[in-house]
Design a protein around this ligand. Structure first.
Ligand code: FAD
Length: 449
């Protein structure tokens, strides 16, 4: 089958949906959205877990309370999304060793300051090396003991804001709110989609949104684009907006004809992909301490990142008896490749180290696999701290009639929901500009003839 429209949007995550909304609002409504999975939302995704909705992708609205208002926080408020204030900065005062003792707060604070200073020193050294200036003064100390490793993990995999300014927090404020709504974080996307797609009985029923359409090939030329999906469908349009993650762009899922230019593929390959895995465990009853400054706790182990970062869900859903443990990168990949039973065993042993042998067996476990998901290939982009501006310029630059969008194209907010949201708007605006320019040229061409 073959269909023609003016713009094809690949991907129905927040960037694809926000891009489509802007186009529709500007009169481009003969668009089609091709989404590989069977739902909209992408990395914003709710799963049912023992009767409660849990967010296996984005969980927080990050960057709230500053002078400038985070647009996603505004959407959340407009939609009446239920959220809870959440503060993991006190996790460092709830660090358990392998015999279940909590480290004294003085020791934790000292180790924390040491880690921050060392990270700042490391950054300075890298900068000096990059600019070929002064010789390196002081080598940063590397973490060795379990508590140092636990703190290093939290600092580098969660809280880099303590080391370098992160636009999300400097611009929008340093608070974070956990989404705790039965409709899920994805409700924000449905609200947005509803404004330009037909719905029936609360569901999107519009042929411009095509689910289960895995794009495998993009052909582009001066005259237009042709997009082929795995099920043999062919779509034609004037332009395409591609919102697939940088992990997908690094993989061979989508081939380009002609191949993308070298500057483009190099920028794509340079961008690092972070894997971030939230494992949910449900228990018959609570055995961990509760209270506001006990929401987060750490496990100190000689292996960095080994079931380090824990959160209880009592603030979001009292009585839910759910714990969440977060793994990243190598530990995420390791756990993705083993069975859920093996992971359950490891997590239970860790909990028994912290809370004693009487900890009851979890009744349910949920392990998202973002790394092995061929429509994701990771959780979010992670630009090396000293990336050059050019890397962002290249990653978001269009190639002929192929436009790029998604969280990884956001210079200030990559890795966040608001980064995806704003990138969709920005990409559509530059496409609209391009369309107007082409129209103007045609008109001028017509007059001169
Ligand atoms: P996506 O949501 O990935 O959308 C791209 C879409 O393209 C997907 O639906 C995909 O299925 C589709 N696609 C891919 N390939 C193809 C193809 N070949 N053909 C058709 N369709 C295709 N951000 C925060 O702000 N706060 C958080 O707390 C937070 N936590 C996170 C935790 C996890 C575990 C993860 C994974 C992410 C988290 N993020 C968080 C990041 C945030 O979720 C993303 O930045 C954002 O959702 C990305 O949106 P996007 O539109 O760029 O990409």
């Amino acid at each position: 089958s073959s269909a023609c429209s003016s713009v094809i949007i690949i991907g129905a995550g927040i960037s694809g949906i926000s891009a489509a909304k802007v186009l529709a609002e500007n009169g481009v409504d003969d668009l089609v959205i091709l989404e590989a999975s069977d739902r909209i939302g992408g990395r914003i995704r709710k799963e049912d877990f023992g009767g409660l909705p849990v967010e296996i992708g984005a969980g927080w609205v990050a960057g709230v309370g500053g002078k400038v208002s985070n647009p996603v926080w505004e959407l959340a408020n407009k939609s009446g999304l239920r959220t809870c204030f959440s503060d993991y900065s006190n996790a460092r005062y709830n660090i358990y060793d392998q015999s279940g003792n909590i480290f004294p707060s003085g020791l934790a604070a000292d180790s924390y300051n040491k880690a921050v200073n060392s990270a700042i020193q490391e950054l300075k050294n890298q900068e000096a090396k990059l600019h070929g200036t002064s010789t390196i003064s002081e080598p940063p100390s590397s973490p060795e003991t379990p508590i140092e490793l636990a703190i290093d993990f939290v600092l580098h995999d969660f809280e880099m804001a303590e080391v370098e300014p992160i636009s999300t927090y400097t611009e929008y404020g340093d608070q974070e709110f956990l989404v705790a709504d039965e409709r899920g974080y994805e409700f924000l996307l449905y609200k947005m989609a509803e404004t330009f797609l037909f719905t029936s009985e609360g569901k999107i029923a519009d042929s411009r949104l095509q689910l289960n359409k895995v794009v495998r090939e993009i052909q582009y030329s001066r005259n237009g684009v042709t997009v082929k999906t795995e099920d043999g469908c062919v779509y034609q349009a004037n332009y395409v907006i591609l919102s697939a993650s940088v992990g997908v762009l690094q993989s061979d899922l989508i081939s380009f004809r002609p191949p993308l230019p070298k500057w483009k593929t190099e920028a794509i390959m340079k961008c690092e992909v972070m894997v971030y895995t939230k494992i949910f465990l449900k228990f018959p009853y609570k055995f961990w301490p509760c209270g506001p400054d006990k929401e987060f706790f750490l496990y100190a182990h000689e292996r960095r990142g080994y079931y380090t970062f824990w959160q209880h869900m009592e603030n979001a859903y009292p009585g839910s008896n759910i714990l969440v443990v977060t793994l990243t990168n190598e530990e995420s990949k390791r756990v993705e490749s083993q069975t859920d039973e093996e992971t359950m065993k490891e997590a239970m042993a860790v909990l028994r180290d912290m809370f004693g042998p009487d900890v009851p067996e979890a009744t349910q476990i949920l392990i998202p696999r973002w790394w092995n998901n061929r429509f994701q290939r990771g959780s979010y982009s992670n630009y090396p701290i000293l990336s050059s501006r050019q890397d962002f310029v290249d990653i978001k630059a269009s190639v002929g009639r192929v436009f790029f969008t998604g969280e990884h194209t956001s210079e200030r907010f990559s890795g966040y929901v608001h980064g995806g949201y704003l990138s969709g708007i920005e990409t559509s605006e530059s496409l609209l500009e391009e369309m107007r320019r082409v129209d103007d040229d045609k008109e001028k061409g017509g007059k001169s003839m």
